[in-house]
Ligand binder design. Structure first.
Ligand code: BTN
Length: 254
């Protein structure tokens, strides 16, 4: 019913009306050996999860809440690359079906007019250095009106409807995302991360900018000078020392 044009992404698909988290369901399916390309989509999540143990607001009828299971043959250290690949796929899908041109904020936020429209959560099942499955969760604010957002989110989050004035068909966007993802993932498997990195950089607003990175161990201010071959952010502080940032909240400075 999605009109999929993919070979394997979404060929095994679970639609649910309400779940606690599609991420949790996809984790269980992955542990039970579900094939690559399995997708879980829900209309509503009662316990949607964000990065850094935050909650992800996932009301009924208006958003895309989905998780994808993939099984790349890569070392654990390369998995951040898949978050960046997913951000490019979702950005390109949005560009395809709307007139909008979103930007990516490292590592995984997609923004429109500086407000968050998409969040991506990448989780791993691995043994030693071998990846068994990567579970990629994507949350997209699609048809929410301003007043549908809780007040504290209204100035920092937005939706495709808010930005275009139009209602977007969720199935059409899911289909576009799965196709873009499959194309980029095929490119990644055959040619490596470099072509994905170049695309990612062309959408990024974090690069060349002065920013503050808040990590679990401290706060660093500096200039983003690039991402390395693993997808890690390289930040140069005022003493020209370069820090490798694996995970952080980023605040962009003017
Ligand atoms: C972030 O903190 O920016 C990541 C948000 C990820 C939300 C998505 S919605 C579908 C999937 N299921 C979850 O519980 N979380 C992810």
């Amino acid at each position: 019913q999605l009109g999929l044009k993919t070979e394997y992404m979404g060929r095994n698909i679970f639609f649910e009306e309400i779940v606690d988290s599609t991420q949790k369901i996809a984790q269980n399916l992955a542990a039970d050996g579900t094939p690559e390309g399995t997708i879980v989509v829900a209309d509503m999540q009662s316990n949607g999860r964000g990065r850094m143990s935050r909650k992800w607001y996932s009301p009924s009828g208006t958003g895309i809440w989905m998780s994808m299971v993939i099984r790349p043959n890569i070392p654990v250290i390369d998995t951040p690359q898949l978050t960046l690949l997913t951000a490019v796929a979702v950005t390109q899908a949005i560009e395809e079906i709307t007139p909008l041109h979103p930007n990516i904020k490292w590592p995984n936020d997609i923004l429109l007019n500086n407000k968050k429209i998409v969040g991506i959560l990448t989780e791993l099942q691995a043994e030693a250095d071998q990846v068994h499955a990567v579970i990629i969760g994507i949350g997209i604010n699609v048809n929410q009106r301003t007043e549908d957002f809780p007040e504290e989110l209204q100035s920092i989050a937005t939706s495709l409807h808010r930005e275009t004035g139009n209602t977007i068909e969720r199935a059409k966007l899911i289909q576009a995302i799965l196709l873009k993802f499959e194309q980029l993932y095929t490119l990644y498997i055959s040619k490596g991360f470099l072509p994905i990195k170049l695309l990612w950089e062309s959408y990024s607003i974090s690069l060349k900018n002065e920013l503050i990175a808040r990590t679990l161990t401290g706060t660093i201010q500096g200039k983003a000078i690039g991402i390395d071959d693993n997808g890690v952010l390289l930040l140069e502080d005022n003493d020209k020392k370069i820090h490798r940032i694996y995970s952080a909240d980023i605040e962009l400075l003017e």
